[in-house]
Every structure is written in C-alpha cells, then in structure tokens.
Design a binder for this molecule. Structure first.
Ligand code: SF4
Length: 310
C-alpha cells in the first residue's frame, strides 16, 4: 500500500500541482514540499511555475498573497482556518480608525504578514528583508508602519532620518522572547553567534550579532564557517532546513524553554492528511480574493518589488 507521501506525490503529478511550504511548517511537510522559503519568496516561486495548482503550506495571508500575485492559478491552503496571529492584530476597520488619528498624507507601509484587505489600504508593502529600503525609498518624512511595532522600531534604528509611527501589533511567537531568555542561553554557549529576526523585541535585537530575516539566517550561517553554534531568535521550524543544509553546525532556538514557546501553532496545523484533502475536496481549500481588494493589494506588493535593496 502506498504511503501518504507517495499518494501525495502521485496526486501532485496527476493534477499538475506544486507544494510550497514555509520554513515554519512541520518537518514532514517541509520534507514533501517542492519549494521551501519565506512567504514572499514562495509567492514569487509560484509565479515561475507552470503548475496549475499551488498548494501553499502556511497560513491564510500567505495563500492570499500567492493568489494575488498568481491570479490565473488555483491556490489551496491545506488548513483553511490557519491564521497568522500578527496579521489578525489589524483589520481594514482598525487600520482606517488608526489612520484617521495620524498625520494627514503620511504613507502606509504594511508588512507582508497582513491580510489582503489591509494590504489593499496600504501604499506599499515590505518584507522583513527589505523594510528599511522600502521606508527609505519614500519621499515623506513621516511614515505609518503596520502591523508589527517591533519591525517598525528596528527599521527606525536603520532609517533615523524618518519619523516612523507604528501600529501596535506584533507576532506573539517572536514577541514573547526576552533579553533574559537569550542571555541565559548565550551564557552557556559563549562562542555562539546570535541571529535574531526583526519581529523580536528591541531588548533581544540589541543582543544579536546579526538582525536578519529568516532567509537571511541561512545566508548568515553559510557566511560564517568559523562559527560552530548558532542561537536563532525565530520560530523553531527553521531547524529542519538548517540541520539539513548545515549538518556539522549546532543550532539552538533562543528560548530558555527549549524552543517550546517559539512554535507558531497555526503553522504546525498542516498535516499530510490536510494536503490529501486538497485533492479530495478542493472546494474546501481554494483561496480567493475579491477582485477590487486583489487589485489594490497587488499594487502595494508590486510597488514594493520596484524598490532596489540597499
Ligand atoms: S510566526 Fe508569527 S508572524 Fe509568522 S505566521 Fe505565526 S503568528 Fe504569524
């Protein structure tokens, strides 16, 4: 009898589909994926594919972005209820109410970890890798930044000439880390390099040897052959590919609780059965975005892509 993995690979071929998975997905899901990456990299990967169906193993906003950037393709989310806790800190309604209290005319920069509705109300999107470049590219002195206050604070340190006003949202998985957690791990591993994601609090970022996006962490490890141990201040799913790409290195999640708190619960909901369900019940998994929202959200995403990296 075929294993679930074999069944999935046969169905993928039969339906001309691809499976893309975020770095924070469970190990068995990453193992079966055609492509691994962060949310934007996977959406761009989806643009290159000749497949008709994109099965996006991640959370809802990621599948929405893939649909917005690939309107002619069928995009499916294995767990339709998988949400991003940061994206859910802001809605179109709360953004409009907050916007009304801010300086008139200031542009809205929105992190890609947001719903299509919120992107659609924004002037431009950003990722954790290009947020500083995006803010710097704007002619305005005052910039509104949503939804992540930690990323906004970090960008402010990189672009001091701007006045960044941050919405009060955060990723609870990264926001939970405190300097004391990280210090206790670094005390046990004094030769380790600390790589921190900018969704972490400032008190953690100040301790980091490098602040960088998830993709940036893979590059950073490759750039430091002399370092044996890396402490990673990000979601624990990153360990799967780190161990695979760099089997001779040690990786420790920067959480005194052995990485247990740095697990995104929604990212971990995807199962092999939920992928099989995409083929059995496509109507339950297909992600659609209303045309007007999709058009405006695409404008904000595409404007971001025109910004050259510093
Ligand atoms: S780790 Fe945080 S930002 Fe990423 S999907 Fe989970 S809640 Fe959202």
């Amino acid at each position: 009898m075929e294993s679930k993995q074999e069944q999935i690979r046969h169905l993928v071929k039969e339906h001309n589909a691809i499976i893309v998975a975020h770095y924070y997905e469970p190990d068995d899901i990453q193992a079966i994926a055609d492509h691994l990456g962060d949310s934007l990299a996977l959406c761009l990967e989806a643009q290159k594919t000749t497949a008709d169906i994109i099965i996006f193993c991640g959370v809802h906003f990621m599948a929405e972005s893939a649909k917005i950037l690939n309107p002619s393709k069928t995009v499916m989310l294995p767990v339709p209820s998988a949400r991003c806790l940061m994206a859910d800190t802001i809605s179109a309604k709360s953004l409009s109410a907050w916007r009304a209290q801010q300086p008139e005319g200031a542009p809205i920069v929105t992190y890609v970890n947001s719903t299509a509705e919120v992107k659609a109300l924004s002037d431009i999107c950003c990722t954790s890798a290009n947020a500083a470049s995006v803010v710097r590219s704007l002619p305005d002195k005052t910039v509104l930044f949503t939804p992540d206050r930690n990323l906004a604070h970090w960008v402010q340190t990189k672009v001091p000439e701007k006045n960044i006003i941050a919405y009060d949202g955060a990723c609870p998985i990264h926001d939970i880390l405190r300097a004391a957690d990280v210090q206790s791990i670094l005390a046990k591993h004094p030769d380790a390099m600390l790589l921190a994601h900018p969704e972490c609090r400032d008190e953690v970022l100040r301790l980091a040897h490098m602040v960088t996006s998830t993709s940036g962490m893979f590059k950073a490890v490759g750039m430091h052959p002399e370092i044996k141990t890396f402490v990673l201040a990000t979601e624990s799913g990153i360990l799967y590919l780190m161990h695979k790409q760099y089997p001779d290195k040690n990786f420790i999640i920067a959480d005194a609780d052995n990485g247990q708190r740095m697990r995104c619960p929604y990212m971990k909901e995807t199962t092999l059965d939920s992928i099989l369900s995409c083929f059995a019940h496509p109507e339950l998994h297909t992600v659609d975005v209303a045309p007007e929202i999709a058009q405006n959200a695409r404008r904000a995403l595409e404007r971001m892509m025109t910004v050259p990296r510093d």
